[in-house]
Design a protein around this ligand. Structure first.
Ligand SMILES: [Zn+2]
Ligand SMILES: [Zn+2]
Length: 153
């Protein structure tokens, strides 16, 4: 009993962390190929208009949250370490993405104190470069939490 609790905890944490990292690839991939692809009409206002309280781009949060909600809610009836860990991994990534992208970078709330941190500065610069183009094509840095090393110089 005790052993399986430890094993399950290790399994849970490993799957959760792996899911979190995998989500950075998923975010990068879908930002590049979907949001700057056939779904550009929902992402466009994020590149063209100044951030408002809500923008069309926010619909993506609902879309990306749904597999996570499905996994976590299904756990109420079918408990499983695997689906719970994946669900929480996606959820934590979603929270991190929202904090970093919407609150810190696009300053939906004021956060001057955070901007002294070098990772935060690199993160902001990398995403500003993403916004350098108001068009679907010619954008770089589609990921979010992983910042290319050149931004740290
Ligand atoms: Zn974009
Ligand atoms: Zn942005």
């Amino acid at each position: 009993m005790f052993d399986s609790l430890i094993l399950n905890t290790i399994l849970f944490i490993s799957i959760l962390l792996a899911t979190f990292c995998f989500m950075e690839f998923m975010a990068n991939f879908s930002h590049r190929n979907v949001m700057h692809g056939f779904m550009w009409f929902w992402h466009e206002d994020h590149h063209r208009k100044k951030p408002k309280v809500f923008e069309k781009n926010d619909i993506f949060f609902v879309i990306f949250a749904s597999p996570c909600m499905t996994l976590l809610i299904s756990n109420l009836w079918f408990p499983s370490v695997m689906t719970a860990a994946i669900g929480f991994g996606i959820m934590f990534y979603g929270i991190a993405y929202f904090l970093v992208h919407d609150l810190i970078i696009h300053q939906r709330i004021s956060n001057r104190f955070l901007r002294k941190n070098s990772y935060v500065q690199a993160l902001i610069q990398a995403h500003k470069d993403h916004h350098a183009s108001i068009n679907k094509e010619g954008c770089k840095n589609f990921g979010m939490l992983y910042v290319p090393s050149k931004y740290f110089q």
